[in-house]
Write a protein that binds this ligand. Structure first.
Ligand SMILES: *Cc1c(COP(=O)(O)O)cnc(C)c1O
Length: 392
């Protein structure tokens, strides 16, 4: 059986998790800070906040940025639903902007059209997604966002280690937050780094960082982080006793456990090797399909691509999907356009609203892509695709 994605757990991973299970900390302990520090360094950001999963990360971001009922926020229809749902969690209104059919990423011109055709102040933010692992050019988005006073949350779940090259020729890593207010990652087993469940927010903004820390734990701030004691009851000389804390805002319990963080630290050590392997697999697919008429689009070899997914666009996609299943190759479709989900249709979105995303959806299929995919397995997949179209 060959799935489209797969985690890789080593003996070393198991050892570090077992050690934490024998220690004093199960929920937030020393491994959380270690994971946060190592991850912030990996993506080149100042601060990182580990959370329960990528969806919780998105929710904390919309909370920290103050999304309120009625606020309009722009995102792409070709993403996992959580990228849009986090706007709804805060009562905001999701506005989809169509994709660029060559990169599959949110089209900056579609975003610009939205912004230009509404009074300034209509939109509050943009959530671009580094879909499949291809890095969005956030420098361009930041220039546009600044013009209209918008914030940016980069959904980088597919792209740890990915980068784009800015106008000065510098590599800008996904999640470094040089051009975004906040960036988020997921450590679901199918993503690059597996914690079981897990997520991370990265930022360079100290104020947002402090808000996120509190929101992760019920909005509670402990005595040593307090500058003002706002509850009179404490009183006297014991103004900041060790037990003192305040619930200052309405937060959640979105903590990651210490053993998940230990697994994250261990997995992160292999992230670069995994990325190299993903890029090699992509190059092999690209070469394997470049002269095939039935493949009319593919992820291809793109500088800085992190290849969470390798996508080809084909004729008769359903036939190919079933043919591959017959050979125990479990390809997947990423994604059914988010605006066509019954929930978003119930909010007024309909077929025809995002023609490029819908056209993309008709042909897309994600082929197996994970670091432990062997050369033999990949050849088997490429042959199976060719075979279906009586080719090669
Ligand atoms: C996986 C994913 C999420 C959500 O992450 P979870 O950890 O599963 O909650 C959000 N956005 C994108 C693009 C994802 O792929």
């Amino acid at each position: 059986m060959i799935p489209y994605g797969k985690q890789n757990i080593t003996e070393e991973d198991i050892k570090v998790v077992t050690e934490v299970l024998k220690s004093d900390y199960l929920t937030q302990g020393p491994n959380i800070q270690q994971f946060e520090t190592a991850f912030a360094e990996y993506v080149g950001a100042k601060y990182a906040v580990a959370v329960a999963n990528g969806t919780a990360a998105l929710h904390l971001c919309t909370l920290a940025l103050g999304v309120s009922p009625g606020d309009k926020v722009i995102t792409t229809p070709i993403t996992f639903a959580a990228s849009a749902n986090c706007i709804r969690y805060c009562g905001g209104e999701v506005v989809f902007a169509d994709i660029d059919p060559s990169s599959y990423l949110i089209d900056i011109d579609a975003v610009r059209n939205l912004l230009e055709s509404a009074p300034k102040g209509t939109y509050k933010g943009i959530i671009p997604v580094d879909f499949a692992g291809a890095a969005v050019n956030l420098e361009d988005f930041k220039n546009l966002a600044d013009e209209y006073g918008l914030w940016i949350i980069e959904d980088a779940c597919h792209a740890p280690g990915g980068f784009f090259t800015d106008s000065a020729g510098n590599k800008q890593l996904c999640g470094n937050s040089n051009f975004a207010d906040l960036a988020i990652f997921s450590f679901h087993p199918v993503k690059h780094i597996a914690c079981g469940e897990g997520g991370m927010i990265t930022t360079n903004d100290l104020e947002l960082y402090q808000k996120l820390l509190a929101l992760r734990t019920h909005g509670i701030v402990k005595s040593n982080d307090l500058y003002v004691n706002s509850i009179e009851l404490a009183g006297g000389s014991e103004q900041y006793p060790g037990w003192y804390m305040e619930m200052q805002t309405l937060g959640y319990n979105y903590r990651l456990t210490d053993f998940q963080a230990a697994l994250g630290v261990s997995q992160l050590k292999r992230a670069d090797a995994g990325l190299e392997k993903r890029r090699a697999i992509a190059a092999t697919y690209q070469a394997g399909f470049s002269d095939k008429a039935f493949v009319y689009g593919q992820s291809g070899v793109v500088e800085g691509h992190a290849y969470h997914l390798y996508i080809i666009e084909v004729e008769d996609r359903l036939g190919l999907y079933n043919h591959l299943r017959g050979k125990e190759i479990f390809a997947q479709i990423h994604y059914i356009p988010c605006h066509l989900m019954p929930y978003y249709q119930s909010l007024g979105w309909k077929t025809g609203d995002m023609p490029k995303a819908e056209a993309y959806y008709r042909g897309c299929i994600s082929l197996p892509m994970y670091p432990t995919l062997t050369e033999e397995e990949q050849s088997f997949v490429i042959d199976a695709v060719n075979d279906y179209y009586h080719h090669g």
